[in-house]
Design a protein around this ligand. Structure first.
Ligand code: SAM
Length: 212
């Protein structure tokens, strides 16, 4: 998701209560940010944050961190938080490539990836959030029993991701090529903004869950 650059968005983010500045300094101490010992789940590429905010509202005993690369997109999430503040959610503006600088081993319980950018050119494969390079980063921050949940409407990206789960030495706990028709995998599903848009166009939604 790329929105028109909004002048002043970087400055607005820098002053926002829910947006963590210098997150590298918090590595290993995320529990202190939330002031409790609840598990920490993250979404990488959370866009305007609708999915994460709905999850946070449903699960007050889980802490959520949304990671987004672009300040103009993140600003939309922060504006929603002003209207409806949630104490179990924080945001970071960063490229997830350096995620191992932010969390220490075992600090994250679950990683959500929703409608991640496909990076269709082969030479950009390692930028895909479900590449083996990213699975190795996830390995470095997840709890032993932690897992990754990935949704997309992009068949090529999904096929690639299934291969990468195997290549990375991870296990596939479940997968479906039509989430909304799969009663087991769809139980409790929260639609993301892109999911609503693409399923309204008739595209099936793919989902996989992977763990070590
Ligand atoms: N997850 C939302 C949804 O399903 O509605 C937004 C999907 S949008 C296609 C992908 C988002 O991921 C964009 O907002 C983009 O800026 C962000 N993104 C892509 N690569 C990223 C990265 N390496 N680190 C952080 N954010 C990233």
């Amino acid at each position: 998701m790329r929105l028109r650059n909004i002048p002043g968005s970087r400055e607005a983010i820098a002053k926002n209560h829910w947006c963590i500045q210098e997150p590298e300094k918090i590595k290993g101490n995320w529990r202190q940010v939330f002031g409790n010992n609840h598990p920490i789940h993250i979404e990488i590429g959370m866009g305007k944050g609708r999915f994460l905010m709905a999850l946070a509202k449903e699960n007050p005993l889980i802490n959520y961190i949304g990671i987004e690369k672009y300040s103009s997109v993140l600003l939309r999430a922060l504006q929603k938080m002003e209207e409806e503040p949630l104490e179990n959610i924080r945001f970071i503006r960063m490229d997830a490539e350096s995620i191992t600088n932010i969390f220490q081993k075992g600090e994250v319980g679950k990683i959500y990836l929703n409608f991640s950018d496909p990076w269709p050119k082969d030479r950009h494969a390692k930028r895909r959030l479900t590449s083996r390079q990213f699975f190795s980063r996830y390995h470095a921050i997840l709890q032993q029993e932690g897992h990754v949940e990935f949704k997309t409407d992009n068949q090529d990206l999904f096929d690639f991701s299934l291969e990468e789960v195997k290549e990375a030495g991870w296990k596939l706990n479940g997968h479906t090529r039509d989430l909304h028709q799969d009663h087991v995998m769809n139980k409790g599903n929260i639609m993301t903004e892109y999911e609503e848009r693409f399923s309204a166009m008739g595209n099936p939604i793919f989902k996989l869950i992977a763990s070590r």
